[in-house]
Design a protein around this ligand. Structure first.
Ligand code: ACO
Ligand code: ZN
Length: 167
């Protein structure tokens, strides 16, 4: 089956996630992040927001993913008002494939998907101690927009980061 390629980074393809990719996505999540979800959750996000669920593939193997929700609510970048927002629920790249621009490609691809659905901003929560992810978001223009103490189960705080997109 022909899969919808969003971009290429060297030998890697960033493309839309397919139902068949979900087991690999779940495995990457289990290996790389302490926040896990039920299998149903991944399928539900894919069914509801297929344009912003992307995977990175190398030679037929999925090595990274990003999944988002599109929400409508208070803006994280404007001082007042409402906005249609892309919420990065989870992003991860297998350790052996990091530092090659895949995280950047996944986020940029997700932003394009959100913009096509009339979203004007992106936001996410990240552990305050996750310096590599925070550096990635900063490099991509995301700014801190809040902090939530004891956000994670182990008590770590979350930094909220957000960026305007699509102008
Ligand atoms: N230390 C410092 N800066 C880093 C690091 C690091 N270890 N990794 C990435 N960066 C920054 C750098 O600025 C880098 O630019 P450079 O390569 O020009 O120096 C920039 O991010 C881009 O890096 P990419 O290669 O595009 O990102 P990568 O493919 O390595 O993926 C990711 C980054 C997804 C954060 C990866 O490290 C990962 O999977 N980590 C574990 C899972 C995780 O923490 N996910 C985020 C949780 S928050 C959420 O899901 C909303
Ligand atoms: Zn979140």
């Amino acid at each position: 089956m022909q899969k919808a390629v969003v971009s290429r980074i060297g030998q890697y393809e960033i493309r839309l996630c397919d139902r068949e990719d979900i087991p690999a996505v779940i495995e990457i999540n289990a290996e790389t992040l302490p926040e896990h979800y039920s299998d149903y959750f991944y399928f539900e996000i894919l069914a509801e927001f297929p344009d912003t669920f992307l995977v990175a593939e190398l030679g037929g193997k999925v090595v990274g993913y990003v999944m988002c929700r599109i929400e409508y609510g208070f803006s994280h970048v404007k001082r007042l008002g409402l906005a249609r927002k892309g919420h990065v629920v989870s992003i991860a790249v297998l350790e052996a494939h990091r530092g090659k621009g895949i995280g950047t490609g996944l986020i940029r691809g997700a932003e394009e998907g959100v913009a096509r659905k009339s979203g004007t901003e992106m936001y996410l929560e990240v552990r305050v101690k996750n310096t590599s992810a925070i550096s990635l978001y900063e490099m991509l223009g995301y700014k801190p927009s809040g902090r939530m103490d004891s956000y994670y189960r182990d008590g770590e705080a979350a930094l909220l980061m957000a960026a305007q997109i699509g102008q």
